[in-house]
Design a protein. Structure first.
Length: 73
């Protein structure tokens, strides 16, 4: 049985991040993170009242930014 890690230490291979962890990983402000979530550009998952950002969503968001910048085709 796999264990889902729910800590905000980006150096460890986490599966789910709190907003604070995503802020650290992406080097963005809390406001920007929430704006991107509301806009549907940064995917979240919910377990009860807890809102988490999957590591895969962080990678997808960076890829989206690269595409928009013309860095990846």
């Amino acid at each position: 049985m796999a264990t889902v890690v729910d800590r905000d230490q980006p150096g460890e291979s986490l599966l789910l991040y709190r907003v604070e962890g995503a802020m650290e990983v992406l080097n963005l402000s809390r406001t920007v993170i929430y704006e991107q979530i509301r806009a549907g550009r940064l995917r979240t998952v919910h377990q009860g009242r807890a809102c988490r950002i999957p590591a895969s969503a962080l990678r997808e968001y960076v890829a989206l930014l690269e595409r928009e910048a013309g860095g990846v085709r």
